[in-house]
Write a protein that binds this ligand. Structure first.
Ligand SMILES: O=P(O)(O)OC[C@H]1O[C@H](O[C@H]2O[C@H](CO)[C@@H](O)[C@H](O)[C@H]2O)[C@H](O)[C@@H](O)[C@@H]1O
Length: 269
């Protein structure tokens, strides 16, 4: 798979090659949430989508199919967006819902509810004494945030996560993110598989449709790879941001900021 240093990825805004790729075809837009529709902020609960982004996403959805593919709990993503009429794949693609078909994964998610709840409780107990640590509970995974943890204490978070993974060996998998450890069921599913599944169930697999995925984080690389030869991947991130700078990506194009995402989405028809 071709990977490019983030700094060398061409811009999506005003790019004639991207415009040519879309000419005469319909885009189907897949959007990550944090870092794409809302800037990265210190506390997850404060990442509320702006009114102007809400308008752009709402208007876009009247023109082309739009789905949200997020690490967030599905319901929380819908609340933060203030939008509940778009298809959403929450918990890193495990928890899939569409406005017309409802939940497509309830039975699957239910297999892991007890495991995820047990692990969430344990992580809460074991990180309670670490100032700034935050355990975010979701339907099908759990996130341990350390953005607000003193750098000197971050090893304690890593050690706790490692010990939980050891104790649940083979049952949990770890997905790293931006100052967060995400733990979920150890199954072969990810955002890329969720996007391909949505393309299939929503009937977006025709030659006239170009799937476009916008994402900022490491987990979004699954989706960029899944669409590498059949769609367009757009990495959102400033190459000078230390959380992005040293990465490579399978995305075709880049946008530097959430503001640029808003501008780009407004141009899509
Ligand atoms: O797939 P995404 O929609 O990008 O979600 C990935 C994770 O995003 C959230 O955490 C990140 O954003 C927070 C708010 O800006 C920030 O405080 C945190 O440091 C970031 O890691 C979210 O809280 C997680 O549940 C998502 O999995």
């Amino acid at each position: 798979m071709q990977e490019t240093a983030v700094r060398d990825v061409p811009p999506a805004l005003g790019n004639p090659a991207l415009a040519r790729r879309l000419a005469g075809r319909r885009p189907a837009v897949f959007l990550d949430y944090d870092g794409v529709l809302s800037p990265i902020v210190a506390r997850p609960e404060d990442a509320v989508m702006s009114e102007s982004m809400r308008t752009v996403v709402h208007d876009l959805a009247t023109r082309v199919p739009v789905c949200v593919v997020t690490g967030r709990d599905r319901g929380v993503a819908q609340q933060l967006m203030g939008v509940d009429d778009l298809a959403v794949a929450g918990s890193h693609g495990f928890d899939i819902w569409t406005p017309t078909r409802g939940s497509l994964s309830d039975a699957y998610v239910a297999r892991y509810t007890d495991l995820v709840a047990e692990v969430t409780e344990r992580l809460r107990d074991e990180t309670r004494g670490i100032p700034g640590a935050h355990v975010e509970s979701k339907r099908a995974s759990v996130a341990v945030h350390y953005r607000l943890v003193d750098p000197a204490d971050r090893d304690r978070i890593a050690a706790t996560v490692r010990s939980v993974l050891d104790d649940y060996a083979g049952r949990l998998k770890l997905t790293p993110g931006k100052m967060v450890y995400e733990l979920g069921p150890n199954v072969d599913w990810n955002k890329g598989k969720a996007v391909l599944y949505l393309i299939d169930v929503l009937g977006l697999d025709g030659d006239d449709v170009v799937p476009i995925y916008l994402g900022d984080d490491i987990t979004d690389e699954y989706a960029f790879r899944a669409l590498r030869d059949r769609g367009i991947g757009i990495l959102v991130g400033d190459p000078d941001d230390p959380e992005v700078a040293n990465r490579t990506t399978a995305a075709h194009y880049a946008l530097a900021s959430v503001d640029d995402v808003e501008r780009f989405l407004a141009t899509l028809t």
